[in-house]
Design a protein around this ligand. Sequence first.
Ligand code: GH3
Ligand code: MG
Ligand code: MG
Ligand code: MG
Length: 313
Amino acid sequence: FPTPVDLTALENQLERCFNNLHSEPFRILLVDDDETLAQRYQAVLNSAAMRVEIVSDPRILLERMDAFLPDVILMDINMPNYSGPELAQMIRLNDSWLRVPVVYLSAETDATRQKDALFKAGDDFITKPISDNALINAVYSRAQRARLLSQALARDSLTGLLKHADIKEQIEIELERACRTRRPVSIAMIDIDHFKSVNDQYGHAVGDNVIRALANLLRQRLRKIDRLGRYGGEEFVAVLPDCHAEDAKRILDEIRVAFNELQFSASNGLFHCSFSAGVSACQAPLWETSGQLASADARLYLAKSQGRNCIVS
Ligand code: GH3
Ligand code: MG
Ligand code: MG
Ligand code: MG
């Protein structure tokens, strides 16, 4: 039977997701040969807290894209020397820009020519003239969706958590911040116990369910400011800012109990799983940020040797 939706957990997840989404203003690249008009649109979008860069010479378009990293490209159709659809095709040749929508912003109302432009390349059409509010809404919503998509693509596909390199970067960032503000920060290294035998006994697909379940549990139980990544196959790293070792240990222990209570089902039986974790913290009076991850890892190893299904800090 489907399990009922936990609305609070869902809201927390959405809030976390949308907070990150809006932490930086949306970046809009506006390609138009008419600089006066482009500047007017720029002012309108600026008024809704979007950053706008104008490219009036298409020859420098790709260079600008690399520097500006737009969320959305607004493309004029008729420009001297170049056409919008040709530029859109050029953009589409580049894999790293696949996630960025190319939206025509054009006075072209002829349905056939709109169709030709869209079928050549490009994703969407906004017709001019357009009211300020309608322009803001049309661009903001597309930028929001594009950034959501690109963030999702950047995450680990099985769990939706940060990938190895990104969680490592977050560790650096949080340790630096903690050192500056003299606040504690805890790092937890989490590893599912005897996971190889889960795969062997119940199959790889069921193993994947276990990994996803632990990811969801961690995501639900940790705070919004905590950073969470899939460090490797069945290994996770959590960074808990403003959290002393004993608090981190207590939280992790609650999660450990909850995880151990989950029942998994496979075609050949029901089973339970456990994880072990090592927690290391830097906090006053001893400020030592280097080797934090290594020491969490060493404590994880200790937890394993102490019989697993436990947290060592
Ligand atoms: P320990 O309690 O000491 O951690 O034992 P373990 O069996 O969990 O440790 P080990 O590191 O030997 O095995 C981890 C296994 O996880 C091996 C690998 O096949 C499996 N694994 C890694 N990534 C994935 C994945 O994405 N999905 C599944 N189903 N299994 C994975
Ligand atoms: Mg024009
Ligand atoms: Mg492991
Ligand atoms: Mg393991």
